[in-house]
Design a binder for this molecule. Structure first.
Ligand code: ADE
Ligand code: ZN
Length: 346
């Protein structure tokens, strides 16, 4: 759609909910709702240091990334069986369907589980089965991206890759997540080079809390195809020009940035600045069970706080398809569905 028809402002929230979109930055362990944490803790006999769902939810008051990660890894400790991984992913995919997410590229953190004695096969089979069922029963396409934990060593990442390679047909790429500051991308240059040789897609968290320098090294040393977050890039004009020129997608997560105090208020989020600089921005939920909302909440609250327009909504949704790892025919068909919804609202 080259020109977006005028759409009355009061219909924008409904349009945001209705428009088809892809989600490219969702940690599946971050979709584990407190109710499911308690149910799995009980059925697996795992002790958790919270008396109730409400008490656990009250602990979700974060001051920075690390304060969140400590609780997020504790929550993931209830995942033991293949059924647990399936149930977690299925619950997310049903929510995604309700938000008109037509395609999802889902991160998972195997080291969080293998370090507790859960087999790689258990993790990958449970998640993959949910993705297959979503394609058949929900009409949502979904694929998996294996993330290395950057607070651990590169040797550990190599061991994780070895354990995952027998299941290489069940994930499309690798990413890099966990504690950013003090763990620059270059720490993982060799393992990313190996993944590149293996034909895997490459992404990395960079510039969430860390400096623009981490975005540069993620691009130039790791050779990633997308930057997860990347919001700190606006501190470096030369980097902004590079991101625009090379059409490097940024998977921005507004409610995450708010809850982890990257921006003090959603009104002060720099998404408009990134869009105005012609960057390929997408909107994503990151860890929706912890940050107060799935994808549509991210769109609605961000648009309400920053006053973005219907034309920018179209661009964000179209970027989500363009930035995804699906083929050109799928991209075209999702874009046609997007245009059809916008035409309905005109
Ligand atoms: N793991 C889960 N969520 C994350 C985030 N926002 N940043 C880094 N690692 C994460
Ligand atoms: Zn993330």
């Amino acid at each position: 759609m080259t020109s977006i028809p005028p759409i009355p402002a009061e219909r924008l929230p409904q349009l945001l909910r209705r428009m088809p979109k892809a989600e490219l930055h969702i940690h599946i362990e971050g979709s584990l709702e407190p109710e499911l944490i308690f149910a799995m803790a009980q059925r697996n006999g795992v002790a958790i240091p919270y008396a109730s769902v409400d008490e656990l939810r009250r602990a979700y008051a974060f001051t920075n990334l690390q304060s969140f990660l400590d609780i997020y890894y504790a929550g993931a400790s209830v995942l033991i069986t293949e059924r647990d991984f399936f149930d977690m992913a299925w619950a997310y995919l049903e929510k995604a369907r309700a938000d008109n997410v037509v395609h999802a590229e889902i991160f998972f953190d195997p080291q969080t589980h293998t370090a507790r004695g859960v087999a790689m096969e258990t993790v990958i089979h449970g998640l993959h089965r949910a993705c297959e069922q979503a394609r058949q029963q929900l009409g949502v396409s979904a694929s998996l991206i294996l993330c290395f934990l950057r607070h651990l060593s590169e040797v550990d990442a190599f061991e994780t890759l070895e354990q995952a390679l027998p299941f290489q047909d069940k994930f499309i790429g690798v990413g890099l997540d966990s504690s950013e500051v003090g763990h620059p991308p270059e720490k993982f240059a060799k393992v990313f080079a190996r993944c590149r040789e293996l034909g895997l897609h490459l992404v990395a968290h960079a510039g969430e809390e860390g400096p623009p320098a981490y975005v540069w090294t993620a691009l130039d040393l790791l050779k990633v195809e997308r930057i997860d977050h990347g919001v700190q890039s606006s501190r470096d004009p030369q980097l902004m020009r590079r991101l625009a020129q090379d059409r490097i997608p940024l998977t921005v997560c507004p409610l995450s940035n708010l809850k982890l105090c990257v921006f003090p208020k959603l009104e002060q989020h720099n998404i408009r600045e990134l869009l105005d600089a012609e960057l390929m921005v997408t909107v994503n939920s990151d860890d929706p069970a912890y940050f107060g909302g799935y994808l549509n909440e991210n769109f609605e609250q961000t648009f309400a706080a920053t006053g973005l327009s219907a034309a920018q909504a179209w661009r964000l949704a179209n970027n989500s398809f363009e930035a995804s790892f699906i083929g050109p025919a799928h991209k075209r068909s999702f874009r046609d569905r997007l245009d059809a919804v916008f035409a309905e609202f005109a």
